[in-house]
Each structure stands twice: as C-alpha cells, then as structure tokens.
Design a protein around this ligand. Sequence first.
Ligand code: ZN
Ligand code: ZN
Length: 175
Amino acid sequence: MNIDVSDIVENPGASKELHVSKALSFEGLDTVGPVQVDLRLVSAGKGELSVTGKVQAKVNLTCSRCAGEYVQPLEVDIEERFVPQSSLPSQDQAEEDVDFEDLCVFGYENSELDTGAMVRENLLASLPYRPLCRPDCRGVCPQCGQNLNEGACKCGEAEPEVDPRWSALKNFSQG
Ligand SMILES: [Zn+2]
Ligand SMILES: [Zn+2]
C-alpha cells in the first residue's frame, strides 16, 4: 500500500486520498476477508504529512474465556504523521534524549509512503486486551473442560443451588 506523495509534498495544504478494500495480510494478524482502508493525506510542509482516516478489518482471535476461535471486527480511527526518513532520529540518537513525540511518527523515503506498517500498528493496538467470542461467553467448566456455550455439563448438578451459608443468612434476615 505505497502512495506516491511527490505531487503534494512540496505543496502545503495539498491532499490526496487512498481507498482500498482488499485482502491484506499483516504479520501477527490473521485477517478474514477484505481490509477496508480509507485514508486522507495532507501535506503539512517541510516534507511532513498528516494522515487521518479509518481502517476496518476482521481478524481471527482466540477467546480468552473458552479458547474458541472467533472473528473479531476491528475499526480504528487513524491519526498519524509521516516525515522523511532522513529527518527521523537515528537509532543511536533515539536511545539518548529525543522528544517522545518524535518517536511517534513514521518515516518515508523517495516520496513514497508505505502505509502498511502504520495500518498494522494501529490494528494491533486496537486488539482487545481480553478477547471474548461474545460478551456473555460462559467459558469452559474448570472441572471437565466442557465448553459451556455448547451446553451445560454434569459437574454442577450435584451442587446445591444456593450455598448453605448464604441460605442461613437469608433465613436470618427474614427473621
Ligand atoms: Zn468464548
Ligand atoms: Zn463440567
């Protein structure tokens, strides 16, 4: 997803748009179906470009509760900056004292913006911390391992419905 920006980069305020909807693969992401990328690039002068827009994708994730695979829709608002690679601090400088803000920009070379790494970073950052196949996922039974979304297991049947200590309290409060 390279965009040639040679026609706008010398012209502050000039802009161009990128609209892509196709199967894209990103390292570390198991995408399903097409990824929709809608970006607007605006030249900010001195080689700097601001990139805003939206990325929509679906990825395969593993539920943190039941360990089942499911498809998670992702929708990310993009707000990034690109500067010429030559104006980015080198690795050595970055380890010393460069403003944090300067590290949060992407570099580009030869008037060509490669948006792939930027889109990937944004998608990775939008992944849920604890993926759930559905909000009310019932998980698996800790005793027999049965996926409780697919039906109840027999482990719970022997247990009394209410913990006896609580029922004693209940009787107490009822006088
Ligand atoms: Zn689940
Ligand atoms: Zn069970």
